[in-house]
Design a protein around this ligand. Structure first.
Ligand code: DBV
Length: 259
């Protein structure tokens, strides 16, 4: 196990990683803000192990980029690369709860069976139109534009539905050229447009009342608890790094609102 990065804003290097172009879009977007690093133990900033032998190495790397900013409680990107097994970019922006803002969530996963992609401005309070109406007015036209170009992702886990908006882009794409075309020509511009929409909403967001921010904060906690409890990557990460590291990574870094 060796650690190279000591600060959550340090550059991430993962050679030939599927999702490098998306990480670049994220870093570029955040470069417009004054960022603070996010306090993360170095063992979660970078974790590299070799699951193979010296003769037949199987390098596995997980790196975490994270920051906080004026209206952003936490933004973090989990980057996982295990050649021939899985390649993941899991990105989440958690706004400060004293602003009426959704989460920004992207889960881009390549497995041996294909690509699985979820992209959404996820509500902290799905059944509260004060929280959703304006966002969905802007989001649904983008959804209509891109969703028709993508194969369906199939049924979602029932209990996850309340954490997604009607603008969720959810797709399963085959490996190979056709799939790469869809990622480059549909997912990438859609990602940029969803992120730009989140940015525009964030820039114009005004502080809400204390009472309102308590409600939003409870919605955020509910979402983060669900994600930590039901993280679909748990099995994979435990295989790579063991139970203890994985549980700490999920509860103390990826889905942690206590800091
Ligand atoms: N998903 C994560 C984190 C990951 C990650 C932090 C670091 O939340 C990876 C890695 N997601 C990941 C992997 C798989 C999925 C699946 C490896 C494949 C698991 C497998 O098939 O072996 C969106 N991610 C999924 C699925 C969905 C999402 C719906 C498929 C269903 C599933 O396997 O559960 N984003 C994800 C999600 C929510 C969300 C479940 C819930 C609110 O916001």
């Amino acid at each position: 196990m060796n650690h190279s990065r000591l600060n959550s804003l340090d550059k991430i290097n993962i050679k030939d990683w599927n999702w490098n172009a998306f990480l670049e879009i994220i870093i570029n977007q955040f470069s417009s803000l004054s960022l603070d690093s996010y306090p993360i133990d170095p063992k979660f900033l970078d974790n590299r192990v070799n699951l193979g032998s010296d003769l037949k190495p199987l390098p596995v790397q997980t790196s975490t980029w994270a920051c906080k900013a004026q209206k952003i409680r936490q933004a973090r990107v989990a980057c996982v690369e295990a050649k021939g097994i899985a390649s993941v970019l899991n990105f989440l922006i958690v706004p400060e709860p004293n602003f009426e803002l959704p989460f920004f969530g992207a889960d881009f996963v390549t497995l041996t069976t294909g690509h699985l992609l979820a992209l959404d401005l996820q509500p902290a309070l799905k059944s509260d139109s004060q929280h959703t109406k304006e966002v969905w007015n802007y989001l649904l036209p983008l959804y209509e534009k891109w969703n028709k170009l993508l194969p369906s992702g199939g049924p979602l886990p029932k209990e996850a539905e309340s954490y997604f908006s009607p603008g969720l882009l959810w797709t399963r794409i085959p490996l190979g050229d056709e799939g790469n075309q869809l990622i480059n020509n549909v997912i990438q511009p859609a990602f940029q447009e969803y992120l730009s929409l989140f940015w525009a909403l964030m820039i114009k967001a005004r502080k809400v009342s204390k009472e309102r921010s308590l409600l939003i904060s409870s919605g955020q906690k509910n979402y983060m608890n669900y994600r930590a409890y039901k993280d679909p990557a748990r099995g994979l990460l435990q295989k790579f790094y063991g139970v203890e590291w994985t549980e700490n990574y999920i509860h103390k870094v990826l889905f942690n609102l206590d800091i």
